[in-house]
Design a protein around this ligand. Structure first.
Ligand code: AMP
Length: 278
């Protein structure tokens, strides 16, 4: 497994693989890797000869009051895990390598980035779109894998790739969950044992609301009931629970397939997100 920290060495290795005719897949991450991330690497293997994983906690996608400085950084363990799933290259650039002095460009994807998390985390998806564009230009992958765990992010990346004619195939990977249903997330490690136990209610309640909507309960009533249940279960703040068109992320006042139910809520100080197909 190649462990690479600067863009020059990355380009050199990619060029070597290109001359060999290899098909390259790419899985961008922020590290603190769990089984969900590894499932993306395993999926990547079905689509390529070489797998590149990046680990970069991207400062531009965090708001001023968010958790950039204490986001978990577990490099040694991450490298060990990536090696066990036969990753070919891990790219770990520094912030200075990614954003040298004088950097001024930002990429904005309109529409799909505007509601949901975009409304509660101003600038977040600009940070995502900018870093993803940079990473794609560096790695030049044939295929990229993003998790449906961050469903809106996946939609933003699809829109970005389409709008800017990026020659890359975007594949969405299903959400990997703990046995009690909680979606795996690097941020789950912020939860204390009581919060961790209660956090599983996010998926339980989400599933119940999805079932109500499927069985023709009016969408608004089902969502309001879901929010009430979340608060009752102990979520301190619910940013949103909304039904959207699964393809274009337009809000969906009346249920019609393809639909996606998305939620963001705080368990203590930890903001959790989840979503399911309806
Ligand atoms: P992150 O390190 O949180 O930026 O995530 C890196 C990639 O892993 C993103 O494409 C996420 O959507 C994906 N991911 C994170 N958690 C999960 C999960 N539980 N199941 C599937 N994919 C995930």
């Amino acid at each position: 497994m190649h462990i690479i920290r600067n863009i020059k060495d990355l380009r050199q290795q990619i060029a070597t693989w290109r001359t060999e005719g290899s098909r390259i897949s790419f899985v961008p991450t922020m590290g603190a890797l769990h089984e969900g991330h590894l499932s993306l690497v395993n999926l990547a293997r079905n689509h390529s000869d070489k797998i590149v994983v990046s680990i970069f906690v991207n400062p531009t996608q965090f708001g001023p009051n968010e958790d950039f400085s204490h986001y978990p950084r577990t490099e040694a363990q991450d490298l060990y895990r990536l090696n066990t799933v036969k990753t070919d290259m891990v790219f770990l650039p520094t912030v200075e390598e990614m954003y040298p002095a004088g950097f001024t460009t930002a990429v904005t994807v309109k529409g799909v980035s505007e509601g949901l998390c975009g409304a509660f985390r101003p600038g977040h998806f600009d940070g995502v779109a900018t870093v993803v564009t940079k990473l794609f230009n560096m790695v030049t992958p044939d295929v990229v894998i993003f998790g449906e765990k961050d469903y809106q992010q996946l939609m933003v990346v699809r829109q970005l790739v389409r709008d800017l004619n990026m020659p890359v195939q975007v594949i969405g990977a299903p959400v990997l969950r703990e046995t009690d249903g909680l979606a795996m997330s690097s941020r789950n490690r912020y939860l204390n044992s009581i919060e961790r136990k209660t956090a599983a209610q996010l998926y339980t309640i989400l599933s119940k609301v999805a079932e109500d909507i499927r069985s023709q309960k009016p969408v608004m009533a089902a969502l309001l009931e879901g929010i009430k249940q979340l608060r009752g279960a102990g979520f301190s703040k619910v940013d949103y629970m909304e039904l959207h068109n699964a393809d274009n992320l337009q809000p969906m006042p009346e249920y019609k397939k393809p639909a996606r139910l998305l939620v963001a809520a705080y368990m203590g100080n930890t903001r959790l997100i989840d979503n399911i197909e309806v």
